[in-house]
Design a protein around this ligand. Structure first.
Ligand code: ZN
Ligand code: ZN
Length: 310
């Protein structure tokens, strides 16, 4: 179902039959908009696994990438994707970010996303949509880099004075973006003691993509994801969970979703494709994690790696 970007040079039309169909239907409807694709830029967790960058997903509509979360490594993963053929993810084109919640694993790449594309000639401010607290975080990051900004703008580098700036919109659940045929809705999810934690629903001219963010089972996700084309959902292994100390079992059952729970959720939602990300394996193999779902759910499901395209 997924195509590793290493084989993408031959063209994204080969990504999957579902995507090809979606592209065809977009063309037939004369929307003049290329098909929507999803790239899992970072499928990791707080664990510093070098094979899985921090949480970040891109929903790409035409040449516009919408980034969801900015875990560590996001800019280099985007650059890698661009190099291998997904040119919309070229670094100077990273301009829209949607933050699900302010857990550090989802946000420590924010300084990178503010400054690196600017140094590489992004001319416009970064547009950031995030929960309350996002503005304070951005202001502190900009303040922390004042010395760098001064030198780059006023020194011999002659950097532009706009590309490091950030337009922050602190959002509540509801419609948060509606431009160019793309509607993005934020909905509240159930992430333990976080007061503001969101999932996002993308309605593009040819697809509905839902990204769960970090969440335990949540009615709002069921309401917003029903019948979607792609559901990108976090998950932990039910077998791995059994090996965890009681303190961590208490935490994970309130903050995250097990394979058994996700199988039930997917059975209700019936996405055309379920993509597992932010996987917590705890010693379980990727194959066994998939089996945990597949024994309880008969729809299409894949366990994502970094730089998969759907
Ligand atoms: Zn997380
Ligand atoms: Zn979290």
């Amino acid at each position: 179902m997924a195509l590793r970007i290493t084989t993408l040079l031959f063209g994204i039309l080969l990504i999957s039959s579902d995507t090809a169909l979606a592209q065809e239907s977009a063309m037939k409807s004369n929307l003049n908009t290329p098909a929507t694709i999803v790239v899992t830029l970072g499928t990791g967790t707080p664990n510093a696994n070098p094979d899985r960058s921090g949480p970040a997903t891109a929903v790409i509509v035409g040449d516009t990438p919408f980034l969801i979360d900015c875990g560590p490594g996001i800019v280099r993963r985007a650059s890698e994707a661009a190099k291998k053929g997904v040119t919309a993810l070229r670094v100077s084109n990273l301009k829209h970010l949607f933050i699900t919640h302010l857990h550090s694993d989802h946000t420590v790449g924010l300084a990178d996303l503010i400054f690196t594309p600017w140094v590489l000639d992004r001319m416009e401010p970064l547009q950031v949509y995030g929960p309350p607290g996002t503005k304070k975080m951005v202001d502190h990051i900009i303040a922390a880099y004042q010395e760098d900004i001064e030198i780059r703008v006023h020194g011999l580098e002659g950097a532009n004075a706009h590309g490091y700036q950030v337009d922050v919109r602190e959002i509540e659940p509801g419609l948060v973006f509606n431009e160019g045929g793309v509607k993005i809705q934020a909905f509240q999810v159930n992430h333990g003691s976080w007061k503001h934690a969101y999932g996002f629903r993308f309605q593009t001219p040819d697809r509905v993509v839902v990204v769960s963010g970090d969440t335990a089972p949540s009615q709002k996700l069921l309401d917003n994801a029903e019948g979607c084309d792609v559901l990108v959902h976090e998950v932990y292994s039910t077998a791995g969970f059994a090996t965890r100390p009681p303190k961590w079992q208490a935490y994970h059952s309130k903050f995250h979703t097990s394979t058994a729970e996700l199988a039930k959720i997917a059975t209700q939602i019936k996405p055309k494709l379920l993509v597992l990300t932010h996987q917590l394996f705890w010693g379980t193999s990727e194959e066994d994690l998939l089996k945990e779902i597949q024994t309880l759910y008969d729809g299409k499901v894949v366990s994502a790696d970094d730089l998969d395209v759907y």
